[in-house]
Design a protein around this ligand. Sequence first.
Ligand code: ATR
Length: 284
Amino acid sequence: MKLKLGQYAVIGNPVEHSLSPDIHDHFAQASNVAMTYSKLFAPLDGFLPTVQDFFANGGGGLNVTVPFKLEAFEFADECDDFAIKAGAVNTLIPCDGKVLGSNTDGIGLVRDLEGRHEVGLGGARVLLLGAGGASRGVIQPLIEAGIAQLIIANRTIVNAQLLAQKFSGADKHAVPTDISAIGLSEIERSAKHLGDIDLIINSTSLGLQQGSMPFPADLVEDRVCYDMGYGGKARFAEWARANGALRAADGLGMLIEQAAESFRLWHGLHPQTDSIYHLLRNRV
Ligand code: ATR
């Protein structure tokens, strides 16, 4: 395979559902950047040769999606702090003969919350549902945005405890974020004892599954909710709206903002994101 300069892609398995080509094509057009952006399917055991081939042939940059973000972290010659804290890479950037790894997911979440949904994170008390890869990828940027409290709630409590331990003290603020872990079962009957939570973020994969949400309705009542899934996968946001949430947003904006940050890392330009947000809003 011989690539022309300016060729970018998202690598995944599966990858055919990805909206990234639409988003990056839109950014490129609006910013006058000459590039192509395609979907790159890799066999489950074939991430490494596929990526090596892509860069050996002059590929300009890759986004990495499920299930390869951990392998991309291992593959990158150097990683920035967000990728190191996340233990995962979603953006690969060739630079001076090396490939650098970054993780823009958390920046995407923070920008969507603060910019698009006008949720102030400074001093906020946040309940994060889930302790998998998606959760781990966004904790450092939330801390850096100045949240006062983070409660990580997970079905398997030990995973939440490990994350709480990992990120406690990883904070340069004068008053560090107070980070704790609880089991989902602790909020299954009543969420009253959680106290003053300003924002609930769902990072679990529950939206992909059938069945009802394993949370009491009073969990979301009068609270701002955010679902990292989008479109049909944002079942938590739907459920939160039906159960009295103050507001409930899905993760479409996060998807677009993380892409914008990848675009900036590759091209040095931060694209305008509102028009593609409105275009895709009508599609998902
Ligand atoms: P991702 O990379 O998308 O985060 P993951 O690492 O497999 O995927 O994590 C999935 C998350 O959804 C985990 O927090 C998982 O909880 P466990 O650690 O207990 O597995 C959570 N999750 C998945 N199915 C769930 C369910 N039916 N009820 C509650 N939590 C669930």
